[in-house]
Design a protein around this ligand. Structure first.
Ligand code: HPA
Ligand code: MG
Length: 227
């Protein structure tokens, strides 16, 4: 990967590289909800403020590339809701202040593929809106995390059925996994090592979505919230 020597901070995805040896920050240096105990989490991996600053920059890149086109943001629930919401806010701010503007609609699709920290092979699309409204549209798929890329691949194949005009993808996080992904999202926030992360709407069995920072869950946390 682009991380040889640990000094390369921008990955080939264009995202910020979090290196394999990044220890994160001790939890006690940040605030987090009382209902999670310090044993549940190993560290704060990406603090909320850095996530927000990075999304602001992604919004600028999206505006530069797609400004003056109509787009439909297709938010992949549930893990993508916070990213999608903050991305929309930053694009709205740019719409007020820059000379370009990007008319947006938002659509939602809900996918299930994880139990505990394991990907289950099959993609379940649950409670999708009628995606025939995507026909002929410019679509930006908004994903919280892309890891094996299987889910994304299956989703893109599914979207193609509805004959959109253009499909782009943004992923806040992309995992570096040896078997790798064939196609990277067009707009990537961070490239992270293959560790299970939670927070900022990413869950472990539905827990931790209400954590603002992206954190690494500990083995104790995994046992405690295992199904
Ligand atoms: N955390 C939460 N959800 C996920 C992850 C992860 O690391 N990878 C794929 N879905
Ligand atoms: Mg999940």
């Amino acid at each position: 990967m682009a991380d040889e020597g640990g000094s390369q901070l921008v990955g080939k995805s264009g995202g910020i590289v979090i290196p394999d040896d990044w220890p994160g920050y001790p939890l006690e240096l940040f605030s987090y909800p009382e209902h999670y105990s310090p044993e549940d989490l190993e560290c704060v991996y990406i603090p909320h403020g850095i996530i927000m600053d990075r999304i602001e920059r992604l919004a600028c890149a999206i505006m530069d590339d797609l400004g003056d086109h109509d787009i439909v943001l297709l938010c992949v629930l549930k893990g993508g809701y916070q990213f999608c919401s903050d991305l929309v806010e930053f694009i709205k701010a740019l719409n007020r202040t820059s000379d370009k503007s990007l008319p947006m609609r938002v659509a939602f699709i809900r996918l299930h593929s994880y139990l505990n920290d394991q990907s289950t092979e099959d993609l379940h699309i649950v409670g999708a809106e009628d995606l025939s409204t995507l026909r002929g549209k410019n679509i930006l798929v908004v994903e919280g995390i892309v890891d094996t890329g299987k889910t994304m691949k299956a989703l893109l194949k599914h979207i193609e059925i509805f004959q959109p005009k253009m499909v782009k993808v943004t992923g806040l996080l992309v995992k570096r996994i040896p078997s790798g992904m064939e196609t990277l999202p067009d707009y990537v926030g961070f490239e992270i090592p293959n560790r299970f992360v939670v927070g900022y709407a990413l869950d472990y069995n539905e827990y931790f979505r209400d954590l603002s920072h992206i954190c690494v869950i500990s083995d104790t946390g995994k046992k405690k919230y295992k199904i």
